[in-house]
Design a protein around this ligand. Structure first.
Ligand code: FEO
Length: 283
């Protein structure tokens, strides 16, 4: 199955909804790239989790805008959204029961057919009601996935400068897509500790996300090194991720100097809530 290229043919004529659709298509493409990856199971669950979070947010935004634009297809459109969300939830539940039962290839056909067809057919039906509708635009632009139910208040995602240190390009792509989806544009990716240290020394940063295992190196060593650096670098907030260790090792990560610890696969909303807490430390 080919990677999906965004084209103007897919535009619904409403920029904020086009941006959502581009993010969703980006997640499907990440799934495509993850086929055969040694950590494919991590990518599948992370993409499904991110898709679920973003779809629920996007569907709500779209429906609120349709309501504001008095679009007559709202009820029918809402039922279609519910059907999709239910299928994604079922895929996630199947994965949670047995990781090997849900593969990237299995998900792709459903996601590709449903999402792309939905955008190109069903979503096009609201164009006449929403394009140029100032009230609907205002409703859509005030809604943000990242600020819903977060416990540390609104986060100015657009100003955050984040370094990701992880040797798995697919997982870096998933993290980047999640962060881009809430507006983070300054994301540096390093695939080994030497490159990570260069990035830390060479540019101003607000947050570090490091994997526990970076190739044959340890992310713990990177955090220990960071904490020995002169201020203000030594105070950089750090989230450590791990796809192998159990939660019992959270203590080891925190002891090394990390501020937060999460196990892969990470859900988009949980990741954003965690990063929002860390971002509050640098405000
Ligand atoms: Fe853009 Fe109806 O989902």
């Amino acid at each position: 199955m080919a990677v999906i290229s965004w084209s103007e043919m897919m535009s619904v004529g409403v920029p904020v909804l086009d941006d959502d659709h581009k993010t969703l298509v980006g997640f499907i493409n990440l799934l495509q790239h993850s086929i055969g990856d040694p950590e494919e199971y991590v990518a599948v669950y992370s993409v499904l989790g991110a898709l679920e979070d973003y779809c629920l947010h996007h569907f709500l935004r779209e429906e609120k805008m349709m309501e504001a634009g008095r679009c007559p297809q709202l009820d029918q459109h809402h039922r279609t959204h519910e059907g999709f969300a239910e299928t994604v939830r079922a895929l996630k539940a199947r994965y949670e029961e047995d990781q090997s039962s849900v593969r990237a290839r299995d998900c792709l056909t459903f996601l590709n057919d449903w999402l792309v067809n939905h955008i190109c057919t069903t979503d096009m039906n609201y164009r006449a009601w929403l394009v140029g509708h100032a009230g609907a635009k205002a409703v859509g632009e005030t809604m943000s996935l990242a600020d819903q139910r977060l416990d540390s208040g609104p986060t100015d995602w657009r100003r955050l400068r984040i370094l990701v240190v992880d040797d798995n390009p697919n997982f870096c792509g998933i993290l980047t897509a999640i962060l881009n989806g809430v507006g983070v544009s300054s994301i540096t990716v390093s695939h080994d500790l030497a490159a990570g240290k260069m990035a830390l020394i060479g540019q101003p940063l607000d947050l570090l996300i490091s994997d526990w295992h970076v190739g044959t190196e340890s992310g713990l060593d990177l955090v220990k090194w960071l904490r020995q650096c002169p201020p203000p670098l030594c105070g950089l907030p750090v989230l450590m991720l791990s796809g192998h260790e159990r939660m019992i090792n959270r203590d080891l990560a925190l002891l090394a100097g990390a501020d937060e610890f999460m196990e892969k696969p990470v859900a988009a909303r949980s990741l954003l809530i965690c990063l929002s807490r860390l971002a509050a430390k640098v405000r």
